[in-house]
Write a protein that binds this ligand. Sequence first.
Ligand SMILES: Nc1nc2c(c(=O)[nH]1)N[C@H]1C(S)=C(S)[C@@H](COP(=O)(O)O)O[C@H]1N2
Ligand SMILES: [Mo]
Length: 262
Amino acid sequence: MSAKITRRGLLSAGAVSAAAPLAGCDAFDGWLRNDHAVRNFLEGSANGLSYRVQRLLTGGTGLAQEFTEADIRQPMRPNGVTQPPDADYKALAAAGFADWRLEITGLVDKSLSLSLADLRAMPAKTQITRHDCVEGWSCIAKWTGVPLAHVLDLAGVRDEARFVLFRCMDTIERSLSGEVRYYESVDLVDARHPQTILAYGMNDADLPVENGAPLRLRVERQLGYKMAKYLRSIELVSDLAPFGDGKGGYWEDRGYEWYAGI
Ligand SMILES: Nc1nc2c(c(=O)[nH]1)N[C@H]1C(S)=C(S)[C@@H](COP(=O)(O)O)O[C@H]1N2
Ligand SMILES: [Mo]
């Protein structure tokens, strides 16, 4: 069954040579077989096809393009929430985020509570990448942070975990049904991708409030809305249905694709 879906995905991708499908299908189907939760979450959707094709073509580890200093020709344009209205956030920001902690919880061997100093003391990675917003603009910027894989290994990801859920500090919506804070999620392949970092630095300075201080996600092979700003906690989960409206993210709950591959 999955071979058929894969082939349809390849046809819609259009760019794959005739020889590639057979060899690729095996590896790809094997990868999916071990990932029932992710497969079920995407089952039957067009989004599932784009996810499958991307994973088949790159094996999950393909790198997003990196750029040089000379390519940074514009300031990083802030978008979405740029000044969280929340009193708890404002208090943390006023104190230079000295009291802020990133909580790592859920399906881990050991929960962690990390300060900004803890994160800065960890192995750092810097990358110059292009941020593509679904609204149709792009910016190239330099990001510095700690690989998410490093933090996940410190906590120890349990076998049942399938997704990484990111909870943010900013209230993006106030409605009759209550206040909604931004949230996002990725699978463990993107979480452990070498360019996936928790960034505290941008263009050689501390990450500004507009762009998500003190810490934001960079997941370079997906669109901008996946890159959760104002991180508060990271939870390892086996299922995304219990969170928000069940689609894996604030914008996903409002109709955007969960897998936003570029
Ligand atoms: N917490 C939070 N994260 C967020 C958003 C937001 O409103 N709140 N907006 C998203 C969108 S749509 C984009 S394009 C990028 C914008 O990042 P920037 O402000 O650094 O340009 O953040 C993403 N992450
Ligand atoms: Mo965006």
